[in-house]
Design a protein around this ligand. Structure first.
Ligand code: ATP
Length: 240
């Protein structure tokens, strides 16, 4: 079994407050791993450590084979990251955003050009290439942000609440892109508040107050909590 994320007793304290409390888990290559928890449970803090943006206080983790403590720069080159406030430039056109990201990732002009055409075709947004990103519907922006987080073919893509504020059908369209990426072997690590999305994951971990309180497949979790839906699992866990 090839694990692309391994966390061992990973911990983050802010002063005397423990935001992430010695969490341990592994994620397999090509897996869609859901990282759930109520507001303030510690998801973003854990994700920032895994993406090399923040140093752990204790414990360790490896991501794409690199150590989060000593090799954060290598990690950043091997992952994609889509944050809650995704990183598109609203005042640039779709085409300009694609060029901008291609340059950041250090891709050559010819590679950017061919990948741009491919991306516009896949997303079916060729008609808006010259439009400002600000003018696009939110669902389109989210799909573009995901495509750009994956533009350099990273091994793992981290998504922090990628589908906030859109309806279930638009979320479903976004998830079609996630499935396609996972089919190509990309590992997906995704935080979400939406329980329909939790059902789409291969495995789900649920954080409560800095701890991983449960981790299993959606059906395994429903069985062990005698719940009919992930919503019910979540409520039972959050209530303790
Ligand atoms: N830089 C910081 N300094 C002090 N406390 C922090 C800092 N960053 C986060 N925290 C605290 O750590 C806890 C976990 O925050 P975190 O943002 O990781 O939660 P979350 O699960 O991602 O929540 P959300 O769903 O709201 O994004 C919160 O109580 C938060 O106030």
């Amino acid at each position: 079994m090839e694990y692309v994320i391994q966390a061992d007793q990973l911990t983050k304290k802010f002063g005397s407050f423990t935001a992430v409390n010695a969490i341990s888990f592994s994620v397999k290559k090509g897996e869609i791993f859901g990282f759930l928890g109520a507001n303030g449970a510690g998801k973003t803090t854990a994700m920032r450590m895994l993406t090399g943006l923040s140093q752990p206080t204790a414990g360790q983790a490896s991501v794409a084979g690199y150590d989060v403590r000593t090799q954060p720069e290598q990690i950043k080159r091997h992952i994609g990251y889509m944050s809650q406030k995704f990183s598109l430039y609203e005042d640039l056109t779709v085409g300009e955003n694609i060029w901008f990201f291609g340059n950041i990732y250090g891709l050559s002009r010819s590679v950017i050009k061919s990948k741009t055409e491919q991306l516009l075709q896949e997303l079916q947004i060729g008609s808006v290439k010259k439009q400002l990103v600000a003018s696009l519907p939110l669902g389109w922006k989210q799909r573009l942000a995901f495509a750009l987080a994956s533009f350099h073919n990273p091994e793992i893509v981290f998504l922090d609440e990628p589908t906030g504020g859109v309806d279930p059908i638009t979320r479903r369209e976004f998830w079609e892109m996630i499935y396609a990426a996972a089919d190509r072997g990309t590992t997906i690590f995704v935080t979400t508040h939406y329980m329909d999305e939790a059902e789409y994951c291969d495995r789900v971990s649920i954080m409560v107050d800095g701890n991983i309180a449960a981790l299993d497949t959606p059906s395994g979790l429903k069985d062990s909590f005698e719940a009919r839906s992930m919503d019910e699992v979540f409520v039972k866990l959050a209530r303790g």
